[in-house]
Structures are given as structure tokens and as C-alpha cells.
Design a protein around this ligand. Sequence first.
Ligand code: BGC
Length: 551
Amino acid sequence: MMTDDEKLWYRDATFYEVPVRSFYDSNGDGIGDFRGLTMKLDYIKSIGMDCIWLLPFYKSPLRDDGYDISDYYSILPEYGTTEDFEKFVEEAHSRGIKVIADLVLNHTSDQHQWFKEARSSRDSKWRDWYVWSDTPDKFNGARIIFVDSEISNWTWDHVAGQYFFHRFYSHQPDLNYDNKEVREGMKDVIRFWLDKGLDGFRCDAVPYLFKREGTDCENLPETHAYFKEIRAMIEKEYPGCILLAEANQWPNNAKEYFGNQDEFHMNFNFPLMPRIFISLSKEDSFPIENIINETLPIPEKCDWGVFLRNHDELTLEMVTDEERDLMFREYAKVPKMRLNLGIRRRLAPLVDNDRSILELLHALIMSVPGSPIFYYGDEINMGDNIYLGDRNGVRTPMQWSFDRNAGFSHADSEQLYSPVITNPNYHYESNNVESMSRLSTSFLNWFRRMIIVRKQNSRVLGRGTIRFIGSDQKQILAFIREYGKEKMLCVYNLSRSPSYVELHLPEFNGWHLREAISSVRFPDIGELPYFFTLPRHSYFWLIMEAPDENS
Ligand code: BGC
């Protein structure tokens, strides 16, 4: 049995997002699999990750990379067997690593047996599992999400003789959550996988489950009520397991998914992510500071998942038109870099592989409130391939070594599910785990060290409050994290030029400062403002010690 405090493990944890397909191919068929992922658990442990988030691994025609599920109860054969999955979870647990998995509730694949039955006849017991209409104009307040490929949320189905509703691709019919059997059916899916040892779910596309005429069909009370039921079930039957929401919304709507600590444990901080890039581009701390203030407070036992990139396009749905224009101008100069309302690039290419910026961004997401969630390969500054379709350019094989296929697979390279990255600036011959592990100054080893420092300070950085320290230098972002007696001062220079700043810290007169990574002692805080000089795109993490401690 977990203690109440142990049940809050997600508040101090580091998360690692992994597609099984892309990580390691154990049988040489060109596709990553569970056995391969199991073989690489020691690596995941070595970079200090506490929880793995698995992308969908269920049976699927793979027209949306597995988010189009055709059977919730079986594993895609290319990824392995149920036994391989169970062995993987067991091996992860034996290393102290938790595992959560994607759960796609909103829709299925049109290849799912439920949909095949549903479309076959109006009298089918499954007909009502999906959302049908004789005309395509119901729920017209619902926005289209995949604007580059869909012109309507309704698609005519010849077999059914009716239109069906889909929030995403037209091969992903939405389930009808007004149907009790659907609601209960999904609870069974949840139980099935938690019984196999999972520690929770990343719940896909949560705002859209219920639809109501006259609304935008997002964040409806019915949807919240259903997730509260799921949460109650988890608390009762699987205490210690977590629910992480993918609710890409404006701050107020996003916060609602925490409920009163009775809905989601975590939610991705979608509002913060683009504003980090905006702040960087404008050399102005305001967008970050402002959005963090808007996304707090949240209930004590809940947490944000903070991230820079993931397997999708860098979404710009929840920013103003002006902010979106700025993001496109700065980070997606070539049209091929754009997809829907977003940017389909990996982190390193987004910032022109600038080491200082990459360090600054990672340090930032490790030090703002929330648990950091890293995308596989970003720790080795993997590049992308914008010439691959959809979001596939950010889903290429993990680069393990300078061997054939980046050490990912023994298959012929033509057989790989995706080409490896060979662009000279990001070539797998240099950007790979083996080479970067050998080089003490590599980004990978910097990342490992920072994760250790983050873990040493996991209470204050994981659970502490945040207080911004203003100054007359807009390019400087400074804040104090505080948890009980633990305090950390973080200072970031968001500018491409060196900067100075005077921080007014009158209540800390006489306090000591110790640089968190090196333990080097800095001058004590005095009566006068504390003066910092910072090279371009640099930062300090400083542990604050009260005058009577270790003087
Ligand atoms: C996932 C996407 C997916 C979509 C439809 C999401 O928000 O992250 O990768 O295409 O849901 O399932």
C-alpha cells in the first residue's frame, strides 16, 4: 500500500514520452517493439526518468500513428505480444520507473469492430455507439482541428447511409458518450490495462467527449462529470495510479480539468509552452510570467506537466493571431514546417541547434511549477525531417550509435518504418547516445547532470510555490521557488545579448546563495539590490540558505 505522500509521486517525477515504434527494434523488422524498449530501460534510467509515457500501442491501421485504435484489448503485432508488454512493465517497475500509456477515449478507428457493426445497420446494437446524422449541420459550433486535411467534422458513410461525426481525421469516428455502454466500455478498457500493471494514463483529446447543440462542444459539464467518475473509480480500485489530461485549452478551461482534486491529477501546461518560445523570441519575460500567473493556483495535489515539444505539431491553437504570426515568422519560415495551426519541428531545429538556448529551455521547464515531460531524442538534440508527411518528421528512429540505421535496427535501411536523420547538422553519426555519452561536455551529459540536480531539489522544484522578482530588465526572468524552508532563486537571461540585472531582495538580507549545480558559494545577499551579470541565454539556479544555516 502506498502512503498518501507516495501517491503524490507524479509531483516530483520526470516524465519521458516514448513511441514504442521509434525506440529500438529488437527483431530486425525495421519497427521498434516492446522487447527493444525493455532492452533500453537502463538507458532511460540513466537519464533519470521516473515515468515513461507510452504512445498508443494498441491494434490500429496506423493512419494516425496509433491514435486510430481498432482494438483496445490487443497490442499491435509489430510491437510484440501481451507478454512482451507485461514483461516491459515489470522490468520498468524493477528499476523504479513507472509507466503510463495513452488512452484514446474520444474516437476509434473506422476499422474498429464497433464501428463496422454500427455502420452495418440502423438496428445494430452498436449504432448508437457513434454520433450519426442525416445532415452535416449539427454541432456546427464545433471547430475543426485538423484544418489542413478536413473540411467538416461530418463525413458521409455509404454503408450506413448517414453522416458520422469526427473531431479529428475522417477515419476516426467519435464515440457517443451519451450512451452508457460506451462510458462503461471505456472503464473496462481502463481496468484491463491497469490490471496489467500500468500506473495511469495520458488521456487523449479529453475536452471533446460530449457534444451539445448550441455550444462549441468542448469542456462541457457532462465531460467533466464523466472524468470525475473515472477518477473515483481509480481512487477506489487503483490508488496511486494517475490520470494526465491532454486538454489543449485556454488557462481557465485547462484548470477546470483538475476539478476539486477529484478529476485529473495532471494536465499538460499547453498555455505555457508556446509562450516560452514567444518570450525567447521577444526577449521578454512577460509572456512566461503572465501565463504562469494565469495558470496558478491549482489544487494542492494536482500538477501541470510542463513540456517543450511532443509527437504532434507545436500547437498554436490557444494563442492570439498576433502571437501565432510571430511564432510562424520566427520558428517556421518555410511553409513545409507548418501543419494545421502549428509547427511540425523538433526542439533542436526550432532553435537552430543553439546549445545555450537548448540548455536554457530545459533548465526552465525543470524549474517552473509542474513536472517536466521530455520527448524522446530531445536529450540528444535530434533533428527532424520536414519532408516526411503529417507529423512523421518528428517521429524518426531514436539514434543510439553511429552504426547502420543509427543503431536502431538491423533491418535493411529501406525496411525502416521511417528514414533516420542524416541532415549534416543533426546527423545520427554525431547526435547519438553512444557518442554523446562518451563526451563529457555533450548536451546529453549536461542533461543527465541537470536531472540529478533537479532530483536533489525535487521537493522545492516539484512542489514549491513560485514568486516572480520584477526588475527593470524585461529580458530577465527571475523567480523564487519555495517549499517549507527550502528556497531556490532562478534567474534567466532570455536575450541574445549579455545582460545585467539588479534584484531587490530586501527580506533576504544576510542570506547565503549557493549555485545549485556546482555548490559554489556566491556573495551573500546584502542590503543593496543583488547584482547579476549573465551571458546571452544563460541562467542561474541558486539555493538560498538562511543566515543561521551553515554560516
Ligand atoms: C494526439 C494526436 C492525435 C489526435 C487524435 C491528439 O491530440 O496527440 O497525435 O492525432 O489526438 O487522436
